[in-house]
Ligand binder design. Structure first.
Ligand code: FES
Length: 593
């Protein structure tokens, strides 16, 4: 007889299937297992959806197929799993005609984008990394825009946890990098974002929605109230005030100004994380659409009002009262800005950064005030601060304790967040942004307190006439050597030299950034590493092809090298998912053994 149509393949005769119990058809895309059980014929992907073990080697009992590797169990008829961590096994149509068994050799979904969106929802809801990885891969293969995947994950994270978390920060940081990532790294970035958001939400109570006020106070009142409620740690009041500001249609710039003013009621709160999270929530909305502001933006309020400020720590009070120094300077800021108003063309960012790295806090504050009088805008100050903080990392002495990498990192990512927020605020409220500039003062003091991390300073490669001629000249070879360096522990200086070599020879910064992203995305990286890469890429881009831009990427490479390699377990999950999604056989040899 003829095949039912070209997509069907002959598995064998029904008699043969009855005698053997199971047959395997080697379709073009994946092997198919045909099973006879209690008078019915079933066809499934022969590769276990968990890790690809051949299901032909499993057992069938009472309509349940059990994989013999990790013992995941599946409903034979639907392919649905009883063990969520293993995922469902795809099934395919099977027909018996004139005593022969025919199976359709292709697996497809009527609406692949909708199917994989639903699977991603399942993976997020149950914190199933493998399911999330397949769903991300499936959506990308179905040409779902990357931003749509980010939106799905972000909204899940905002709704299923009582507050912004590290997962949403990682998702946003990686989503910011997506435009410069090749296909494979984009898949890994979205997978890491999804799995970390799912992990954050696992076992957490969902977020409880709150409503805006019934009135529409003016923006200045809302800003004052936000500061007041933050000061007295009144979360509900702060959330309702913020929701009212959003409902009133205030622009992202005005909202940023109000939130930065409230956040800086405390100095360097929660070691900078609180402000960084606020900035990331704004960036998240840039990515997924500001119509989601009521769902996303209030998630940062809980941490903001609860955060412990540096004014409660001894180091900020003695031997120099840095908090008092900041408060005095903040009170002077209106006059200082007035003195600089109308002055144009200030561009001494690098020189100011060097002054910020000084060892006298009063002089550091004076340098900031002098820059403002000379015409520096708030975002000029924060750009200098971010570069100075990157230099702290670039010159981090290897004799420091390993945990101190995080001390240096905190200041840098805080400074980057202040910079992004001040750039966003721009001139939205020139008279009111004085409060927000307190973030620069606090960042400068945090930077001052970390000066011991550069004693003695590590040398930046290429400085002082250092030759790098022992390193390759070919761009591809340098990047390969860089990845090799990340394969070994304590290759901080080698990684820095390779980055310096790549950039000083004029090779593509984009290709280097993709390599750094590759190095990060294959690791079971900590939350700080994602922040470091993204902040470094953003800050180096602001400087372009300059020594300063190179120094920032050297800082990134040094930090990443200090935290590599790891177990790379998440990469293994992503790799298994990709191989299962692409077809072909896995573990066939293991199954035969
Ligand atoms: S349960 Fe089948 S491969 Fe793990």
């Amino acid at each position: 007889m003829d095949a039912p149509n070209k997509q069907f393949a002959l598995a064998g005769s029904l008699e043969e299937l009855k005698a053997k119990g199971r047959l395997v058809v080697h379709g073009s895309h994946r092997p198919i297992l045909v099973i006879y059980d209690r008078g019915r014929v079933f066809a499934l992907d022969n590769r276990c959806p968990h890790m690809g073990f051949p299901l032909e080697r499993g057992s069938v009992e009472d309509g349940i197929l059990t994989c013999h590797w990790h013992h995941a169990r599946f409903d034979l008829e639907s392919g649905c799993t009883f063990d969520l961590w293993a995922d469902d096994v795809p099934i395919c149509p099977v027909e018996v005609r004139d005593g022969d068994v025919w199976v359709k050799t292709t697996f497809s979904h009527a609406d692949p984008a909708a199917h994989w969106r639903e699977r991603l929802a399942d993976g997020l809801a149950h914190d199933l990394g493998l399911v999330a990885a397949k769903a991300v891969h499936g959506q990308l293969a179905a040409d779902v825009p990357r931003a749509d995947i980010v939106r799905q994950v972000a909204l899940f994270g905002a709704q299923n946890r009582d507050g912004w978390g590290v997962g949403l920060t990682i998702l946003t940081a990686l989503a910011n990098l997506l435009p410069m990532l090749p296909e494979e790294e984009a898949y890994l970035a979205l997978f890491h974002g999804a799995r970390r958001v799912a992990a954050d939400c696992d076992g957490e109570a969902p977020r409880r929605e709150r409503a805006p006020l019934g009135s529409q106070p003016d923006p200045a009142a809302l800003k004052r109230w936000l500061r007041r409620w933050t000061h007295v740690r009144h979360r509900e009041a702060a959330e309702r005030t913020l929701l009212t500001a959003i409902a009133g249609g205030l622009s992202p710039a005005v909202l940023a100004d109000a939130l930065l003013a409230a956040e800086t009621e405390r100095a360097f709160a929660d070691t900078g994380h609180s402000l960084d999270f606020i900035n990331k929530a704004f960036e998240c909305l840039d990515l997924i659409g500001w119509e989601h502001a009521p769902a996303v933006l209030p998630t940062i309020v809980g941490q903001m009002v609860a955060a412990r400020g540096a004014e409660e720590s001894t180091a900020w009070r003695q031997p120099v009262d840095l908090v008092a120094l900041c408060e005095e300077a903040a009170n002077q800021l209106p006059q200082v800005f007035a003195a600089g108003r109308g002055v144009r063309g200030w561009s001494h960012h690098a020189a100011l950064a060097r002054e910020l790295l000084g060892d006298d806090p009063a002089r550091i504050v004076d340098a900031l005030k002098a820059a403002i009088r000379a015409g520096a805008a708030p975002a000029d100050l924060s750009r200098s601060l971010a570069y100075a903080a990157a230099l702290r990392v670039a010159r981090f002495g290897n004799a420091n304790e390993h945990a101190d990498w995080e001390t240096a990192h905190h200041v840098f990512t805080y400074a980057n967040a202040v910079d992004q927020m001040l750039k966003r605020i721009g001139t939205a409220n020139p008279d009111g942004h004085v409060a927000a500039v307190r973030g620069v003062l606090h960042g400068a003091m945090a930077l001052y307190l970390t000066r011991y991390l550069n004693v003695p300073p590590a040398r930046i490669p290429g400085e002082g006439g250092e030759q790098l001629d022992d390193l390759p000249t070919d761009a591809e070879m340098i990047r390969t050597a860089l990845l090799d360096a990340f394969d070994r522990q304590r290759q901080v200086d080698l990684a820095a030299r390779l980055v310096a070599r790549h950039l000083s020879l004029g090779h593509s910064p984009q290709a280097l950034i993709a390599t750094l992203a590759r190095a990060l995305l294959r690791e079971d990286a900590g939350f700080h590493a994602y922040q470091m890469l993204e902040a470094g890429v953003r800050q180096s881009a602001a400087w372009g092809d300059t020594d300063e831009g190179r120094h920032i990427l050297i800082a990134v490479a040094r930090y990443l090298a200090a935290h590599s390699p790891t177990e790379r377990a998440a990469l293994q999950t992503a790799d298994i998912a990709r191989r299962l999604m692409r077809g072909g056989e896995l573990h066939q040899e293991a199954g035969a053994s």
